[in-house]
Unconditional design. Sequence first.
Length: 188
Amino acid sequence: MNRKVILIFSVVFILFMAGLFFYYFTKHDTSRWQVAIGGIVVSSLPILLLFVRSNPFNIPIILGYYASIFCTTYLGSIANFYVTFKWWDTSIHFFKGILVAFIGIALYKLWVPEKLRKSISRWIIFLFVLSLAVCSSVFWEIYEFIGDLYVTHTMQRGGNKDTMYDLIFGFAGGLLIAIYAFIKKERV
């Protein structure tokens, strides 16, 4: 079932972003067609999961990934939600913190054999999940900084304040799920 969901969503998103690319390319809207190319790339990344023996990601994580792509590339950048709604950027970072933390739980289940999980401290799980969410926020802010230096000049409109809000909200989303993983250690 995961394979079908990945394939369907990847193809739909790739075609959608390709259509946007051609539309904005013909309109000479450089910023938007560049975002559409990025959307094509990130929409195709999950296809790599079709080549792994055991996909560790469940359907909610996969759907969350595509929701994240749609909300950041299309709604955020192309439809200008980042400009129109000041709360949009921080909400997306909060959601991404949650998503990456759930990815951390899935990776924990993949990498740690079930018979060893009982001997692992709740704090290790908490720190792993939180660290993954925080690192993803940091890497995203580095990406935005480099993008502003060389390409768009619109990713960090609020400068340092924007960066700090993004990091705080990414941390908060990751912290929420890290606490969940700590409390539900036996289930995780």
